[in-house]
Design a binder for this molecule. Sequence first.
Ligand code: 0O2
Length: 221
Amino acid sequence: MNAILKKKFFRRKEQAEIQSLNQKLTEPAFLIKKDWVIATVKYKLKLIDLNLSDTYNRKIMQKVEYRVKKADSIARKLIKKGYPVTYENAKNKLNDIIGIRVVCLYSDDVYKISDRLKLQKDFTLIKEKDYIKAPKKSGYQSLHLILDIPLICDQTTEYQRVEIQIRTVAMDFWAGVDNHICYKKNPDEIKKAEADLKNYSAVISNMDKQMLNLRKKVEKM
Ligand code: 0O2
């Protein structure tokens, strides 16, 4: 979103709150925790990928990426949920200030990765959202795990929440196009595209099933 649109969306008071939120997100105290948590999850995913790829004799994770939610996006989400725009609310009310995405080829791999993440003794599972078994109204498909990751220093343990989205390449393709065309856009302007995208979500889901069946057939040969 460009600066002019941001000004239109947010009132003056909210713009000041976003600035102070942004300051918090760029302070060393947050940056160190963010780097720590992302590194911890990334190394854990690397190990899981190594084990799974070894077991199934093919590369399981195709892509791992992360993002830290920007201050204006945090503010927008807090306002939508009815909370004042503060760093404390961002920390306590939102699950996805830090988001990690894992992309794989086949839909059964999504659950293999998720099962392994849920096994980790040091990660606490807060919530699981299976938008593959029950896609969102938009057609969005993905498996989300909300986890608390420990940061241990001296005698204290602090926890940082992360959202891990696990999905197939096809689901990722759909979500990317949806992000570009529909998600968070004015509903009146994108009605037709929304309906088309919802249909394509079913196409993607069907394609995922066919690819999985094909892989299983080849594995039996
Ligand atoms: P962005 O751009 O990733 O920052 P909760 O408090 O957990 O119940 P939340 O976080 O709204 O509420 O839950 P939800 O609906 O599971 O959404 C979490 C994230 O999933 C979103 O974060 C998106 O990344 C993704 N997502 C959910 N629905 C859609 C969709 O219809 N299309 C696309 N493309 N992505 C979706 P953000 O913060 O909304 O967005």
